[in-house]
Structures are given as structure tokens and as C-alpha cells.
Design a protein around this ligand. Structure first.
Ligand code: C5P
Length: 397
């Protein structure tokens, strides 16, 4: 049973909110509702109070002089889950900018970012597709807000197009599904490596691999959302994250850090693009470009996964990545065996629409029991969630 806070902004779809409230109440949840001034013109407080058996919260909180609690703070603390439905273009824009000029948006700002928040946009197609709205939605999605996208249909303005709020039954299911996924990794310690490693040539130059770190960071962040205790170990990357990151530089650095931490983890996910070779003699001073040729002797780096597999405990799960330009499946399955892994995630680096530096990926996950799962092209967050669910299914047997 959860405390569900529903914030309603002023769109015609507000008339469907009593049905959404009922779904949660029937499931045993407690529901409180905030109405913006405009929302209160579409759906009456009395209907919602009768259904929820709770007071409905209106925008009189700034002017009402009766001694009340500090409502936006109390509501933000009370809620386990916050759903803003319908979310108008105006409310979405305020969320993107952090404007808190009514009870709904003030509560949004006071609501802890780690707690689940869903928004159900509803508006005219042109408003939904306006670059300002698109940017605002991207901004809040990057901050971890779950967006339950609108659907196509006949809109209040009689246009037919995208912008209709999802049906309450679908919103209810989407919220419940997401929340059950939230606890999937509870109690598990997960180490994720991400980004490239860099191997110095001299104080200025280095050898590295193409890797933005986006896939690894997405996995680490998603694992955290799914309840895991996450350690992110990253090679050089400009990506921002709210997770604590242990930064490393070379493959040897990464191996040394992992040797200290790996014993304690349940799952190791090596998404890092580790350099296979390093320069044997790193120059202390910048090498001058005096001659026409420069000869570097490269020596092989240790294979981190292989080294760690020697100290792998019973029950630990090790997952590797295989970025391949040819014979994707054969190479991935070979690496699964050679590196003594439980699972390998293969992706095709020749495709320009996915992988390197892209926000999208498409992968095939093989496990050592012989299963194969293709995860079709999607945002890296979605791919991350599916990979983690597959790992959990493997652990569950
Ligand atoms: O052999 P290859 O580099 O293609 O293998 C990729 C997988 O092995 C990735 O999971 C990567 O993080 C890991 N790896 C490693 N140590 C290396 C090179 C790659 O653990 N030296």
C-alpha cells in the first residue's frame, strides 16, 4: 500500500482523474489530490474528496491565513509516488525551469528526486510537438521523471493527432509495472564499469578507445533506480551523474580498483571499453616530432574480466560487453566462454544509428546456459533496464 499524490493541471483530461484515483484506491493505496486553479474548473474538489476520503488541496495555500501546515512540504513528504496527470504544456515548462508559482509546482520542487514521479502529458498536437515542449520534456526526463506519453486520438479542439492523455487504466498499470521493477535489485551490490581507459604515451598523448560511457552510466543509474547498491567505476568521461563515481585512468588502474572491490559485489557489469594494449615505456617528457617516424612498443594489458574470474566467488554474476564490427554472435559467444562469464551483451559497432556516442543502442544478450535475447533499438536507459531484468532472471534461475 502506497501514498499516491496526484497533481492535476488544467486540461480537459482532468475529468478522467476520478477514475485514476479509484484504480489506486481499489488496489489499497491512499490517494491525495492537488488541483491547480484551472484544473478545479474541469473536475470538482467534491468528487475527488468523496472518492479519496481526503481533503483536496487547492491553490489557496498562499493566501489562506488559517493556521495550516506547510502544505507543499508536507504533501511532498507524505507521497511515496507523485503523478502529474494531466500535465499541461505550461506545467511541464514550469517543471523544466523550476518555477514554483502554485501548490502543484511548489510540491514538485519539494518532492525528493529519488522518489518515483510520473507525468502524463495532455495537450493539442502542435503544442506537444512544439520544440519548446519537446525540450522541456527531454529536460525533465533526463532528471529521472517517468513520462507516460500521450496517444493519438480526437482532441478537445476536434483535431485528430497525438496529445490525448493515456487512459487511466493504462496509467495505473504503467505506474504499478514501473514500481515493481523498482525493487527488482533490492539488496544486491552491483559494480558497473564505464567509459574508455586511456594509456599514456607521454605527458600529452595517449591511446584510447572510442567510448562515451553512456551505456555504462545508464546501466549504473538504472540499477540504482531498481534498488541496487551501485558502485560506478569510470574511465575518463564528461558525463554527469548523481551517483558516486570512482574515476580511473588506465586499464591497470581499473583492474587494481576492481581487485579491491569485486569480492564484495553480487554482480559485476563490465561496460567499459578497456584498452587492450599499453605503451611499454611511457615517456616522462613530451616526445619531440623531430623524426619522420615514431615507434611505440605496445604490450598487452591484462584482461580484467579474465583476471577477476580467477577470484570469482560462487554465486557472483559477471557480465561482459562485446562491441563487434563483424561476426557479432560468434565473437560474443566465444568471449562469453573465454572470459568465463555468465552473460555477454553484444552490440554491432558498424551501425551508425546506435552504439558509439549515441543515446540509442540495440543489443543481443547471451548467457552461459545458452539463452539469447535480442533487445531492439531503444534509448540506452530502456536497454539498461532490460539488460538488468535479464540479469535478475538469470540469477533467479
Ligand atoms: O575482448 P574484448 O575487449 O572485446 O572484450 C570486451 C569485454 O571485456 C568488455 O566487457 C570489457 O569491459 C572487458 N575487457 C576486460 N579487460 C580488457 C579488455 C576488455 O575486462 N583488457
Amino acid at each position: 500500500m502506497s501514498n499516491i499524490l496526484i497533481g492535476v493541471s488544467g486540461g480537459i483530461a482532468a475529468y478522467k482523474i476520478p477514475i485514476l484515483c479509484r484504480k489506486f484506491i481499489q488496489a489499497g493505496d491512499s490517494v491525495k489530490v492537488i488541483l491547480t486553479e484551472n484544473a478545479a474548473k474541469f473536475v470538482t474538489p467534491l468528487t475527488l474528496e468523496t472518492l479519496t476520503k481526503n481533503r483536496v488541496y487547492l491553490d489557496d495555500f498562499l493566501t489562506d491565513i488559517s493556521p495550516r501546515d506547510i502544505e507543499h512540504i508536507d504533501l511532498a513528504e507524505w507521497a511515496d509516488i507523485f503523478i502529474i496527470a494531466p500535465a499541461t504544456a505550461n506545467t511541464i515548462a514550469k517543471m523544466a525551469c523550476g518555477i514554483a508559482d502554485n501548490l502543484l509546482t511548489s510540491t514538485y520542487l519539494a518532492y525528493k528526486t529519488e522518489k518515483p514521479l510520473f507525468i502524463c502529458p495532455a495537450m493539442n498536437t502542435n503544442m506537444y510537438q512544439n520544440p519548446a515542449t519537446v525540450d522541456n520534456l527531454n529536460k525533465i526526463a533526463q532528471r529521472g521523471v517517468n513520462i507516460i506519453s500521450p496517444i493519438e486520438g480526437e482532441l478537445a479542439c476536434k483535431d485528430v493527432g497525438i496529445g490525448k492523455m493515456q487512459e487511466p487504466e493504462i496509467i495505473f498499470e504503467a505506474v504499478k509495472d514501473k514500481l515493481s521493477a523498482c525493487n527488482v535489485l533490492n539488496g544486491l551490490k552491483v559494480i558497473v564499469t564505464a567509459g574508455p581507459t586511456i594509456e599514456d604515451i607521454d605527458p600529452v598523448r595517449y591511446i584510447s578507445n572510442r567510448s562515451s560511457g553512456k551505456m555504462g552510466y545508464a546501466i549504473a543509474e538504472m540499477a540504482k533506480k531498481m534498488g541496487a547498491d551501485v558502485t560506478l567505476i569510470s574511465g575518463p568521461s564528461n558525463l554527469k551523474t548523481s551517483l558516486n563515481v570512482t574515476k580511473v585512468k588506465s586499464a591497470i588502474n581499473m583492474l587494481n580498483v576492481l581487485k579491491q572491490k569485486v569480492e564484495d559485489c553480487d554482480i559485476l557489469i563490465m561496460a567499459a571499453a578497456v584498452a587492450d594494449y599499453r605503451v611499454e615505456n611511457i615517456s616522462d617528457i613530451k616526445i619531440k616530432k623531430s623524426s619522420n617516424e615514431l615507434h611505440l612498443k605496445l604490450i598487452k594489458n591484462p584482461d580484467i574480466l579474465f583476471e577477476l574470474s580467477k577470484v570469482k566467488r560462487e554465486g557472483q554474476v559477471f557480465v561482459g560487453f562485446a562491441a563487434e564490427s563483424n561476426d557479432l554472435e560468434e565473437n560474443a559467444v566465444l568471449k562469453l566462454k573465454m572470459k568465463n562469464l555468465d552473460m555477454i551483451v553484444a552490440n554491432d559497432i558498424k551501425r551508425e544509428d546506435i552504439a558509439f556516442d549515441s543515446d540509442y543502442n540495440e543489443v543481443i544478450v547471451f548467457n552461459k546456459k545458452g539463452s539469447k535475447l535480442t533487445i531492439k533499438k531503444d534509448k540506452k536507459e530502456v536497454i539498461a533496464e532490460k539488460i538488468l531484468k535479464e540479469i535478475k532472471a538469470y540469477i533467479n534461475g
